[in-house]
Design a protein around this ligand. Structure first.
Ligand SMILES: CCCCCCCCCCCC(=O)SCCNC(=O)CCNC(=O)[C@H](O)C(C)(C)COP(=O)(O)OP(=O)(O)OC[C@H]1O[C@@H](n2cnc3c(N)ncnc32)[C@H](O)[C@@H]1OP(=O)(O)O
Length: 138
């Protein structure tokens, strides 16, 4: 098990310590299994309408936990493709869990699935992403 905490000098909206507007998320994961996860209480400024999270922020969270699957393995890459299925509203009144896992990789191309769950375990949104990694030769 590995933990990635926000670092000084990183202004990433999702995980950096130096973005005053950022979420400052800490992630956990298993590099060998290719997984990453976190749990947090979404702030209300992520709202879209009513008490629901904005769909763009849902995409951000899925992208973020997907990228952390790679970070856990010491890999650096960027999102080439992100396909999202919005299944239920993400309610802003309670905590959410983000989960990501590596499906497979073909050289620099890494295929990663991710999802957002409520405390009851309901899947609210899920995604499949293609990341292009810059520091792998396998
Ligand atoms: C410096 C580290 C910083 C690390 C910083 C980490 C920050 C992480 C933050 C969270 C993640 C982000 O939001 S990152 C920010 C959002 N993403 C970006 O800004 C990336 C913008 N896009 C790009 O820069 C570029 O498209 C790249 C580098 C990703 C790829 O360019 P490229 O090398 O020219 O390759 P490209 O032709 O586009 O396609 C790559 C391969 O994917 C295949 N491909 C494309 N779509 C699909 C698809 N749906 N399913 C299957 N395969 C696909 C193509 O056929 C091709 O296969 P083949 O012909 O090779 O076989």
């Amino acid at each position: 098990m590995k933990t990635l905490a926000p670092k000084t000098g990183n202004s990433c909206f999702g995980c950096g310590a130096d973005n005053p507007l950022g979420l400052k998320l800490t992630f956990h994961g298993d590099p060998e299994k290719g997984t990453a996860w976190t749990e947090f209480l979404p702030p209300h400024f992520l709202a879209g309408g009513a008490n629901m999270m904005h769909g763009g922020f849902i995409a951000l969270l899925l992208d973020e936990v997907s990228s952390k699957v790679l970070s856990m393995q010491g890999k650096r890459g960027v999102t080439r493709n992100l396909e999202i299925s919005y299944q239920k509203p993400v309610n802003l009144s309670g905590p959410v869990r983000l989960e990501g896992s590596l499906i497979r990789h073909e050289g620099r191309k890494h295929f990663i699935k991710a999802r957002i769950l409520n405390p009851g375990g309901d899947v609210l949104a899920e995604s499949e992403a293609l990341f292009l990694v810059f520091n792998t030769s396998s």
